[in-house]
Ligand binder design. Structure first.
Ligand code: PLP
Length: 396
């Protein structure tokens, strides 16, 4: 679709990235091929996918991937995007591409468990250091930046406590200190329908497309969004040589299909979360609820400023021991105990033992993640049925 940038979100989520198909197919076909034919050996030369000679090998580029990359770039308001085999594939690809031994990453302290593990427990072996801070206090960030800092990294809302970080304030502070530092935001919890960090000054957005972007719990995938030069480096150095984390054409097709309904799915996730949070807030078994939509939630005003609505995620602490909490959750019938989020099904998990088990007890404490915390990814079922399921298992 030409000149799509002025069009609305719903139009772009359906049409952006679509090429007119020579055979007239309305949907982007699945180019389920590992390699592409050349006319001659000389023709193969040293060209790369997307250059004038066309496609070479799916790790370097494929029309199915290209279609969904253009769509995600358009939705995030970025120049270009790169599809990766998973969210961690996207995160590790961009980090490995940009970092060298001796460099430092300054990160918020509350992150998805595997991202934290990569930064805190793995990078040290390669001479890359990471320090962790609470980005809700800008003084912490300013004190942490140094001439070694190459990347500032955070999520908002954070996994799993829904902490809200002010994207514009952080991006401005970092770029005032040094415009060369890349600010990377993991936008998985919001999706571009609720929030577009690039418009607020971030340099790069990463996604686990496994979650809301695909939305149907049947794909692992990820994206990096940024300027053309960054994406080219991530493709031709990152995915080609460092990680090899290319998305499969079939998964690209599924994500492209899922994206066509992103706005209406997000609206329902948000509405259902609002209703469930309202119910849980009034329940005597709940001691604390983490939901950015509540006026008394720290960061609510920032969320209101930078998000369209407050998202589909809730976290809860109950007035029960960890064992009693687990027993209640185990009795849920409609809601499913599972990691992941952003699916049609309501998913419930305990971060300390599941998604965030890479954090040890001290690290959990520092990140503000209570060991008994329960995280709920509110699905697309009837809100009344989700509430009834919790009502049945929670003691009164
Ligand atoms: C915020 C966030 N970022 C990244 C990831 C990693 O994504 P993936 O599981 O697709 O590798 C996850 C996974 O749960 C996540 O929640």
């Amino acid at each position: 679709m030409k000149n799509e940038h002025h069009r609305g979100f719903a139009t772009r989520q359906i049409h952006a990235g679509k090429e007119k198909n020579p055979k007239g197919a309305l949907s982007t076909p699945i180019y389920q091929t590992s390699t592409f034919e050349f006319d001659s050996v000389a023709h193969g030369g040293a060209c790369f996918a997307g250059e004038e000679h066309g496609y070479i090998y799916t790790r370097l580029g494929n029309p199915s991937l290209e279609a969904v990359e253009k769509k995600v770039a358009s939705l995030e308001g970025g120049h270009a995007a790169l599809a990766a085999a998973s969210g961690m594939g996207a995160i590790s690809t961009v980090l490995w591409t940009l970092l060298s031994s001796g460099d430092e990453v300054v990160a918020d302290e509350t992150l998805y468990g595997c991202t934290f593990s990569l930064l805190a427990h793995q990078f040290g072996r390669f001479g890359i250091t990471a320090t962790f801070h609470d980005f809700t206090n800008p003084d912490n960030l300013n004190a942490a930046l140094s001439e070694k800092t190459k990347i500032v990294y955070f999520e908002t809302p954070c996994n799993p406590t829904l902490k809200i970080v002010d994207i514009k304030a952080i991006a401005d502070a970092v770029h005032t200190y040094n415009p060369e530092i890349k600010v990377i935001v993991d936008n998985t919890f919001s999706s571009p329908y609720l929030q577009t960090p690039l418009a607020l000054g971030a340099d790069i957005v990463v996604h686990s497309a496994t979650k809301y972007l695909n939305g149907h719990g049947d794909v692992i995938g990820g994206f990096i969004v940024g300027d053309e030069n960054l994406i080219e480096c991530c493709r031709e150095i990152g995915v080609k040589d460092l990680t090899g984390a290319a998305l499969s054409p079939f998964n690209a097709f599924l994500i492209e299909r899922g994206l066509k309904t992103l706005d209406i799915r997000m609206e329902k996730h948000c509405s259902n979360a609002e209703k469930l949070a309202g119910y849980l807030r009034g329940h005597p078994a709940v001691t604390r609820i983490y939901y950015p939509g509540f006026e008394d939630f720290p960061g609510h005003e920032i969320a209101k400023k930078q998000m369209r609505r407050f998202g589909g995620m809730i976290a809860v602490e109950f007035a029960m021991s960890r064992e009693e909490t687990a027993a209640a959750i185990n009795n849920l019938e409609l809601c499913t105990i599972a990691v992941s989020l952003g699916d049609a099904e309501t998913l419930v998990e305990q971060p300390a033992t599941m998604t965030h088990s890479a954090y040890n007890a001290d690290e959990l404490k520092a990140a503000g993640i209570p060991e008994s915390l329960v995280r709920i990814s509110v699905g697309l079922e009837d809100a009344e049925d989700i509430i009834a399921d919790f009502d049945r298992v929670l003691p009164t």
